[in-house]
Design a protein around this ligand. Sequence first.
Ligand SMILES: NC(=O)c1ccc[n+]([C@@H]2O[C@H](COP(=O)([O-])OP(=O)(O)OC[C@H]3O[C@@H](n4cnc5c(N)ncnc54)[C@H](OP(=O)(O)O)[C@@H]3O)[C@@H](O)[C@H]2O)c1
Length: 225
Amino acid sequence: MPNLVITGGTRGIGRAVVELFLKEGWNVCTCGRTEEGVKRLKEELKGPKNLYVKVCDVGDKNSAKAFVEFCKEKLGEFDLLINNASILGERLPIEEYPEEVWEEVIRVNLNGVFYITKYALPYMKSGGVIINLSSGAGKRPAPYWGAYAVSKFGVEGFSLLLAEELKPKGIKVYAFNPGATRTQMRAKAYPQEDPLTLKPPEKVAEFIMRLIKDRPEKVSVDYEL
Ligand SMILES: NC(=O)c1ccc[n+]([C@@H]2O[C@H](COP(=O)([O-])OP(=O)(O)OC[C@H]3O[C@@H](n4cnc5c(N)ncnc54)[C@H](OP(=O)(O)O)[C@@H]3O)[C@@H](O)[C@H]2O)c1
């Protein structure tokens, strides 16, 4: 059975990916920031044997390393790594953007992707895939999206350079923009929006499953119907 490591599997897109890949027979290792969150995930999914969970803050290098080592111990080598965990921060003009929020968003969304990837690379199978969750806000100017937008531009750049570095190892890298999806993060960004007008995270999980089968050449990929 193939092995998936995905950060931020406790809800939203991450959770939908966890559920779909488990259903397809994969071994899955995931994390969230709290004991309560990871315990709830295991309980709600009725404790599948091929699901491994651990508390981890991806923006903390020691925590990120411990999570990757835990995944290696439980799964062996990885077929697929998905850097999904991320936070929104504030939606404010740069002039008003609080320094501590900026630092926290960059720490989680950008440093976290670097740490998890760096520690996971020695355990990636040749022919494996790395998917980094990006955003439309990381591709074109999105005024007032502040540190989130800048972190996702960083994720796009990181993915482009990593894709080149890993070509000789036969590992594919994608920066994947899921587009508007019915999750807590989206509801926080657009409180006036009716969530029922948005696609559910299960659709994004299905797209990711197709992406790893189709393996397109381009690095920056958008969700398409
Ligand atoms: N939803 C959209 O419309 C949309 C659009 C474009 C891009 N995206 C991207 O898609 C990805 C998933 O977004 P989502 O909407 O599913 O978000 P979400 O509902 O807010 O879920 C975020 C997940 O990340 C985890 N997480 C947050 N900070 C973490 C940290 N420091 N360490 C470990 N885990 C952490 C959360 O778990 P805990 O709270 O349990 O820690 C949760 O499981 C993100 O990268 C987001 O930027 C989403």
